[in-house]
Ligand binder design. Sequence first.
Ligand code: IPE
Ligand code: IPE
Ligand code: MG
Length: 240
Amino acid sequence: MVIVDEKLKHIAFIMDGNGRWAINRGLSREAGHTQGAKTFERVVKYCGDIGVKCVTVYAFSTENWSRPKSEVDRIMLLLERYLDRMMKRMDEYDVCVRFIGDKQPLSDTLKKKIQRVEESSGGKTLRLNIALNYGGRAEIVHAVNTLISRGTCSVTEEMISENLYTADCPPPDLIVRTAGEQRLSNFLMWQSAYSEFYFTDTLWPDLKEEDIDLAVESFYKRTRRFGGVLKSEAVPKSPH
Ligand code: IPE
Ligand code: IPE
Ligand code: MG
């Protein structure tokens, strides 16, 4: 178990590979999502245990509506069940949950459950953002439209950042994607400008605490320059 410090406040996960995990076992894709939901709960708990302040998970993208209805329905049902469990035992979940994305197309039942959990889970140790019907492009468009509706004619980077769904969180220090794909798939496009990326071939349902340790260890070996030059890397003074 690795313990993180203020250098690693926010980890984001692209939870990919549920479908392949199930197909490899001759199971339905839905079964893969059921298993993936268990991994999600374990990962969130572990991140809290190692001292991470904020976790963002990509649960469903704006593009994932194109999947078969049975699969979409299962993902939504799994989220409902998670929210039900959380509502029943709120004090056991030391997390403050926020959904990021456009909630409007969600079912009324899910919307109500989200609202109840969001209202009752403030002030906890770990902030958990669940990206649901989330798209990075849609989020930026939403931020700009919010500003326009307030009469803004020109925007700054700060104004856009302040109007994203994640406005009250630091940007992700580390983005972990499982299942071998090395792409963002429209996740946190704005916020990931200086994030470190960690890709693993492990499928999401197979992800273990040790795999998170490996990602964290990899993060601590990186040099983050944010476009600058570190003192230790500065060119030595020329004798001339
Ligand atoms: C989970 O993995 C991601 C979600 C969209 C919920 P996938 O369902 O994309 O799994 P693969 O990529 O098909 O294996
Ligand atoms: C990204 O995974 C979305 C989530 C993890 C929710 P996808 O499986 O939808 O991404 P692509 O289609 O492989 O890029
Ligand atoms: Mg996938």
